[in-house]
Ligand binder design. Structure first.
Ligand code: G1P
Length: 294
């Protein structure tokens, strides 16, 4: 029997330097896309994928994240007395929907190091990792697409996306062969090798790892074993590459649109497109955009 994926780890201890000065005193995970903080998009994706147990790896200056997922008695009381039922439901939904635990990453020593900090809370079971910078809009939640593959093969799965060569050095990149899957999925790959942030000339392909992973607990041993890599940090990609020696790893070219919301331009694109999709704002916002002399 393949164990169920019940937990999602959200590394959230990074310094958010790409978004300074907005992130000087505020976690980048709390930057709002329209009216919801980035991390909530990821948490909702986890929930919609059947994962309710959320583990957030936080660091210094990240207490707004904890407050966000707590019950806010003062705010709820105020909304109740002012009969703002809809808003009350929206606010409650956040704290009601999940079971959150927190673990600290004292120093920002890399994504692999952050995942390793969740080891005790994850324990000996498969788990997922969501990078909230990567906001993915899709019919079937991206994490669910990966879990479906995991449930078939019982092996780790990473999300993949084709990116132009000029951007490839910003990503973990895989060397992978397509797998003819019984379900006819032309999106599935078996990973042969992977490299974190290669020079474009060294990249093994244009298939980049995007921030959704389903992992098995052996990855912790690999993360323990590796040395710092790109940027002097313990990289998750390097941990997975180490794990590849003993385990097959799959990649899935997910269906959906991914926004790099940790980047200013990506954030702006996501804001515009998410606002256009909103029932309460979309029409007026579209008119406004159409009226701009561009
Ligand atoms: C991280 C990972 C990288 C992955 C990327 C996806 O990099 O280390 O392998 O391709 O997320 O967004 P970061 O963007 O944190 O530098």
């Amino acid at each position: 029997m393949i164990a169920k994926v019940r937990k999602a780890v959200f590394p959230a201890a990074g310094l958010g330097t790409r978004f300074l000065p907005a992130t000087k005193a505020q976690p980048k995970e709390m930057l709002p896309l329209v009216d919801k903080p980035l991390i909530q998009y990821g948490v909702e994706e986890a929930m919609q994928s059947g994962v309710q147990n959320i583990i957030i790896v936080t660091g210094r200056g990240k207490s707004a994240i904890e407050d966000h997922f707590d019950v806010s008695f003062e705010l709820e009381h105020l909304l109740e007395t002012r009969s703002k039922k809809d808003l009350l439901a929206t606010v409650r939904a956040v704290s009601d929907m999940i079971d959150v635990s927190y673990v600290r990453q004292k120093e920002a020593l890399g994504l692999g190091h952050a995942v390793l900090r969740a080891r005790e809370l994850v324990n000996d079971e498969p788990f997922s990792v969501i990078l909230s910078d990567d906001v993915i809009d899709s019919e079937v939640p991206c994490l669910r697409q990966l879990i479906d593959v995991y449930e078939f093969y019982g092996a780790p799965v990473v999300a993949l996306m084709e990116v132009p060569t000029e951007n490839i050095s910003a990503y973990g990149v895989v060397d992978a062969e397509p797998v003819a899957h019984a379900g006819g999925r032309d999106r599935l790959y078996r990973v042969r090798n992977m490299v974190e942030k290669p020079k474009a000339s060294d990249a093994p392909s244009n298939l980049a790892i995007i921030g959704r992973y389903v992992l098995t607990p052996e990855v912790f041993r690999s993360l323990d074993a590796i040395e710092p890599g790109s940027g002097g940090e313990i990289q998750l990609t390097d941990g997975l590459k180490h794990l590849l020696r003993s385990r097959p790893i799959y990649g899935y070219r997910f269906e959906g649109t991914r926004y790099d919301a940790g980047d200013k331009l990506g954030f702006l694109k996501a804001t515009v497109e998410f606002a256009l999709k909103r029932h309460d704002l979309g029409e007026e916002f579209r008119c406004y955009l159409q009226g701009l002399k561009l």
